[in-house]
Design a protein around this ligand. Structure first.
Ligand code: SF4
Ligand code: MSK
Length: 625
């Protein structure tokens, strides 16, 4: 492949080096497979194919020719809306099922069934107990934790009432949802209802369908994801500012390299503890390694770097490249964003892919079932497997790129408040006087349809230059980490107002707030700022963006972000353009109904301009300079 074509695949130097290496070794990556999919199916891209019953599959001619109806009579509006809802349901299910697992871990830790887990953040436990009106006087932490877990579990299949964390929202927003009939009820209930409504012959009204899509996504953001974040903090500690190193250069030539990849912190926390075990360190030395190095990938990486500063090897599109370094003894995977291609690639090296979740098996991987009741023992067994595998490494095939970059992460809501001196006032003052023009949340994945990391970095750099404080999670935050944007020194690239604020507080202009489920932290900040100013979230100078999104989780996220009143710009096109009515609703009319809508803009510089217009508009309406 010529250099020019390769350079269009990524702006990350380590990735480009490894793509050249992959080519030399004759190994394919997601980029090659994407090229072979071209041209991608036009019906799929527009969202106008339906497989919801066996009279189909059906498709609609996007150019107005025949057919315009599926066999059952469903037209483009119904089909596009139904497909969108099923994507929202899948994304909300992924986040919320992750949340449920964390709730169960807390319950088991509290009831003595998971002895390796402790309550690490007692303050947060007590704050949650107070928020949920759970009695805490004269009771043990375990009793309180068990009650909190039981209250959380109740929300998944809730019989009555609404989600507890909705109380964090301004009253105006809660009233609006209630008026529209989109206040989320049980978390699982909304997802089940999507599957019911999208079955053949149920809900055929695209507006009614999309309203339920909003309700389902809101049950993720203000339910499943928020529980995942809150209770992970209770169990593993609420993140505080911490330093670390990012990119593939964190892999060590002379150590056993273990990469933890996926999403749930339950196992990876134990792997980090197991890698410090003196017996295993001794074994590593006996095998000729200088130590055991753990690094993260995707959101497992984010969970670990937020709490421990564990190095992060890369974001979504770098998972295959990590194996091609030939230096990874084991990649331990749990759930979500783990490419099925990994096992085939690992078979070309000595790398073991070790799957651990009963929900995610990978043909060709070694499966070590993870159980909380013997978490540390299983983690040690897995680390031992990796250490033993060091002897199988072929040093002649090891090729680790040099690129690595320091970062500062760990900006939970509590950490942000503490950096501000315990109150939101300095942030509010900076927004009011215009030193900070607004806040942009940039989140989401990588996608080989667009240049890897280009959208994330270009949009982030452009916005901080214009005095917008940027908060990030997921693979976006890893892109910024690799580029050095998560360092306090990056404030030099910011506009004068933001720069002064960052320098005074000694924080970066781009705050890493965690993994994908931790977008709930961003919702909490938005609600707190709105409450402090006495306005609805939709009136704030806030915006969201997902420049390189690809997963169904991102569809749910984008939907709950606009449902929460925050305008959101998407960088890759969602499959809704086959219905003019659905596209117009999501990008226009939604604003009148819920106070926010989507925009689609693949050029990050133009996306930045859209966001600036939006922020200026909101500032003007609030009477801010
Ligand atoms: Fe076709 Fe209707 Fe069945 Fe979908 S539900 S496959 S449009 S007949
Ligand atoms: S890991 S959902 S690729 S952000 Fe959360 Fe990255 Fe997107 Fe997965």
């Amino acid at each position: 492949m010529d250099q020019e074509k390769r350079n269009r695949r990524s702006v990350d130097p380590a990735t480009l080096v490894m793509l050249a290496r992959a080519e030399k070794e004759g190994l394919e990556t997601a980029w090659d497979r994407h090229d072979r999919q071209e041209p991608q199916c036009g019906f799929g891209l527009l969202g106008v194919c339906c497989r919801n019953c066996n009279m189909g599959p059906c498709r609609i001619d996007p150019f107005g020719g025949e057919p315009q109806k599926g066999v059952c009579g469903a037209g483009a509006d119904t089909i596009v809306a139904r497909n969108l809802l099923r994507a929202i349901a899948a994304g909300a299910a992924a986040h919320s099922d992750h949340g449920r697992d964390i709730v169960e871990t807390l319950l088991h830790a509290a009831t003595g069934q998971a002895p390796d887990y402790q309550i690490k953040d007692r303050d947060k436990l007590m704050a949650l107990a107070a928020e949920l009106s759970i009695e805490h006087e004269g009771r043990s932490d375990q009793e309180i934790a068990a009650d909190i877990a039981a209250a959380a579990l109740e929300e998944f299949g809730m019989r009555k009432g609404t989600l507890a964390f909705l109380n964090r929202l301004p009253a105006q927003r809660r009233e609006l949802w209630s008026k529209l009939g989109i206040t989320p009820r049980g978390i699982d209930r909304e997802i089940v209802e999507v599957m019911h409504r999208t079955h053949i012959g149920v809900d055929n009204d695209h507006v009614n369908l999309i309203l339920h899509g909003l309700r389902t996504a809101l049950s993720d953001g203000w339910g499943g994801s928020m529980w995942a974040t809150e209770l992970s903090d209770v169990l593993f500690g609420t993140p505080r500012p911490v330093e670390g190193v990012s990119n593939l250069g964190v892999l060590k030539e002379d150590q056993v390299n273990i990469i933890v990849h996926g999403h749930e912190p339950t196992l990876s926390e134990m792997i980090v503890a197991a890698a410090r075990d003196p017996e295993l360190l001794e074994l590593a030395q006996a095998k000729g390694a200088r130590g055991i190095s753990i690094s993260g990938m995707c959101c497992t990486g984010n969970e670990l770097l937020m709490r421990h500063g564990v190095p992060v090897a890369g974001n979504f599109l770098q998972q295959e490249l990590a194996i091609i370094t030939g230096a990874v003894e084991a990649m331990i995977v749990d759930v979500q964003c783990i490419m099925p291609a990994l096992t085939g690639l690992a078979a070309c090296y000595h790398t073991e892919i070790i799957s651990t979740s009963p929900k995610a098996r990978f043909p060709g991987a070694k499966h070590v079932p993870f159980e909380e009741k013997s978490a540390l023992k299983i983690a040690k067994d897995i680390v031992r497997l990796a250490v033993e595998n060091y002897a199988n490494r072929n040093p002649e095939r090891v090729f680790i790129p040099e690129e690595k970059m320091k970062f500062m992460a760990g900006f939970s809501v509590e950490a942000i408040l503490s950096a501000l001196g315990g109150t939101l006032d300095p942030l509010l003052d900076a927004i009011k006087d215009g030193s900070i023009k607004g806040i942009a949340a940039i989140v989401g994945c990588n996608n080989p349809k667009v240049t890897h990391d280009y959208g994330h970095i270009t949009l982030t750099e452009e916005l901080i230059k214009k005095d917008v404080l940027v908060v990030e999670t997921g693979c976006t935050a890893i892109a910024s980490a690799k580029k050095g944007l998560l360092l306090p020194e990056a404030a030099q690239q910011a506009g004068p107002g933001l720069r002064a604020v960052c320098e005074a507080l000694k924080i970066p202009p781009v705050l890493h707030m965690g993994s994908c489920v931790d977008i709930s932290r961003i919702l909490v900040v938005a609600a707190a700022v709105a409450n402090a100013l006495g306005v609805d979230t939709s009136e704030l100078p806030l915006a969201g963006a997902a420049p390189e999104w690809m997963s169904e989780k991102a569809v749910s996220i984008g939907t709950y972000v606009i449902g929460s009143g925050i305008y959101t710009v998407l960088g890759t096109v969602p499959p809704v353009l086959g219905s003019e009515n659905v596209a117009a609703l999501l990008t226009g009319r939604a604003s009148e109904v819920i106070g926010a809508a989507f925009a689609v803009e693949s050029d990050p510089l133009k996306a930045a301009a859209l966001i600036m217009d939006h922020l200026e508009n909101k500032r003007a309406k609030l009477g801010l300079p």
